[in-house]
Design a protein around this ligand. Structure first.
Ligand SMILES: NC(=O)C1=CN([C@@H]2O[C@H](COP(=O)(O)OP(=O)(O)OC[C@H]3O[C@@H](n4cnc5c(N)ncnc54)[C@H](OP(=O)(O)O)[C@@H]3O)[C@@H](O)[C@H]2O)C=CC1
Ligand SMILES: O=C(O)[C@@H]1CCC=N1
Length: 279
């Protein structure tokens, strides 16, 4: 029972987690259940991974130990109210939504449940995810270890204080989108230089993956790694000069600050909503 995982919602993020979990063999596919009103999506996941398709949230809860709430943040209050009456205190409730705090979840279902707020990202699909985990007080060490193992199956994770979660959203949850834009822009330029587009994506993506691996494996300062590419009077320093002129770093920093501010606005919105619906 311990490794039975139920997904309420299996859109972009839920299905990425499911893909990683099955590929890593965290549990048998028959131990993963999914409930989502999108029938074609559920059928696709069932065919692709051999997981259980269930037609009610009640049976999913009944048959799962780990419950992943993979619906949009605005649906959290509705879904939490719906599942509340079926929950057992042994369940581990895993939240993944931007802007929904542990406190807000506890305000709806009560404080006696094991809840862990997490922030995954879509590279989970290829087992290269990065996630943050913030457990509530009911989570015991063995519960936390189990969730850690679940998240290990689709990438890396760090335990963080919940007050850092908006920063996590900016630096990893939302960040794959900016990296995909970077790949696209690099490929566009390579196409402009005459390279076929498909080949351009390979060159751009492998270069980003290689550079990221150098940061992780050498533990050298990224500035030093950049300097190692810049030959005096060479090509790279021309590109670096051009990027600095266009405000490349500032554009990234500003984008991430906007991302954090948006997450903070979402926190405020959902907090207003939960206090208005809970008296
Ligand atoms: N996408 C990402 O990269 C990341 C997303 N997240 C978080 O993950 C959560 C889901 O986001 P994402 O996967 O992008 O969203 P999606 O819209 O792709 O997926 C949500 C899924 O939930 C379904 N759904 C709607 N209502 C219910 C319900 N009552 N019960 C079960 N399923 C339901 C939706 O169906 P329908 O479309 O028919 O409504 C949809 O298939 C959000 O809270 C988001 O903050 C966190 C990190 C990264
Ligand atoms: O865009 C969003 O709100 C979600 C949260 C992190 C990634 N996607």
């Amino acid at each position: 029972m311990e490794r039975k995982v139920g997904f309420i919602g299996a859109g972009n993020m839920g299905s990425a987690m499911i893909g990683g979990i099955i590929k890593a063999g965290f549990t048998d596919p028959q131990n993963v259940s999914v409930f989502d009103p999108k029938e074609d999506q559920v059928a696709f996941l069932g065919d692709q991974y051999g997981i259980n398709k269930v037609d009610s949230v009640e049976s999913l809860i009944q048959d799962s130990h780990l419950l992943v709430l993979a619906v949009k943040p605005n649906l959290y209050p509705t879904v939490l109210k719906q599942i509340k009456k079926h929950l057992r205190t042994t369940h581990i409730i895993i939240t993944i939504a931007a802007g929904v705090s542990l406190r807000q979840v506890e305000e709806i279902i009560g404080k006696s449940y094991k809840i862990i707020r997490t922030m995954p990202n879509t590279p989970a699909l290829v087992q290269q995810g990065m996630a943050a985990l913030c457990p509530n007080e009911q989570m015991k060490e063995k519960d936390f270890q189990l969730v850690g193992e679940l998240f290990n199956s689709f990438g890396k994770w760090e335990k963080v204080d919940e007050k850092l979660i908006d920063t996590v959203i900016a630096v990893s949850g939302s960040a794959p989108a900016y990296v995909f834009m970077f790949v696209e822009a690099m490929a566009d330029a390579a196409v402009q230089g005459g390279m076929p587009r498909k080949q351009a994506y390979q060159f751009a993506a492998q270069t980003i993956m290689g550079a990221a691996s150098m940061v992780m494996e050498t533990e050298k300062h990224p500035g030093e790694l950049k300097d190692m590419v810049c030959s005096p009077g060479g090509t790279t320093i021309e590109a670096v000069r051009s990027l600095e002129k266009s405000g490349f770093r500032s554009a990234i920093i500003e984008a991430m600050v906007d991302c954090m501010n948006k997450a903070d606005d979402m926190n405020a919105q959902s907090s207003k909503h939960s206090s208005s619906t809970n008296g």
